[in-house]
Design a protein around this ligand. Structure first.
Ligand SMILES: N[C@@H](CCC(=O)N[C@@H](CS)C(=O)NCC(=O)O)C(=O)O
Length: 221
């Protein structure tokens, strides 16, 4: 199996966490964005979107991070990350869908403008980031309220839903997204940090430093 990633990408991190969690024999291939490898013919044959992550396994070409996580858990893992019981499974899928459609979308909009565009040398648009923050507020409140009294998103055990929803949050401080009002989210992130698989998939130090540098240079004084 080969997993195509870019270090520091939140969507890659959530898949990498599953790889670590299940100790899977995956070869990691770094796609060099600076050389445009993600838009090259070879990579587009694996993922026609030109995005990371992607997974190959024999003849399988799989993209979309949450689909990759589900495949890895089903094909190569055990059942606690992605339960087989229909109701519990639907609960995990529901939160993964919500992450893609709402939570991750709003937070991702802010991080794209404030972190990743400057990193790639593109011109950020602060009005788009501000709109993302507006959209994020009620969504983050919903997640925070949901996490009250729950160690993890779907209950007492960690599942794919936690890794999907958690993947962008460790970059919130760099994107000037204040998690102060969300005590339950912060406590839950602390519990994720206790997982070796989560720590093993963390943004590499050099990448975090690069993001820190690029954001410090652009922060309003
Ligand atoms: N919905 C996709 C999103 C993938 C995605 O947007 N990946 C980012 C990195 S986190 C990317 O490849 N960006 C490159 C680009 O936009 O050109 C997934 O979950 O896999």
């Amino acid at each position: 199996m080969k997993l195509y990633i870019v270090p520091g990408s939140p969507n890659c991190r959530k898949v990498q966490a599953v790889v670590h969690e299940l100790s899977l024999p995956v070869e990691t291939v770094i796609v060099d964005f600076t050389r445009g490898e993600h838009k090259g013919r070879e990579y587009l044959a694996i993922n026609p979107n030109g995005l990371v992550p992607s997974l190959t396994d024999g003849e399988l070409r799989l993209w979309e991070s949450n689909a990759i996580m589900q495949f890895l858990a089903d094909a190569h893992g055990e059942t606690s990350l992605f339960p087989r019981d229909p109701a519990r499974r639907a609960d995990v899928v529901r939160w993964q869908c919500w992450e893609l459609a709402h939570f991750g979308r709003a937070l991702g909009t802010v991080l794209l403008e404030r972190l990743f565009k400057p990193l790639m040398g593109a011109e950020p648009d602060e009005s788009i980031a501000a709109r993302g923050l507006e959209q994020l507020r009620p969504i983050a409140e919903l997640l925070d309220a949901h996490l009250a009294g729950r160690p993890f998103v779907t209950g007492s055990a960690i599942t794919l839903a936690d890794y999907s929803l958690g993947c962008q949050l460790p970059l919130a401080d760099l994107g000037r997204v204040d998690l102060g009002p969300y005590a339950n989210i912060r406590a839950w992130l602390g519990r994720l940090d206790e997982r070796e698989a989560w720590r093993a998939s963390a943004t590499p130090v050099a990448m975090r430093q690069a993001l820190e540098q690029v954001t410090r240079a652009r922060q309003p004084r």
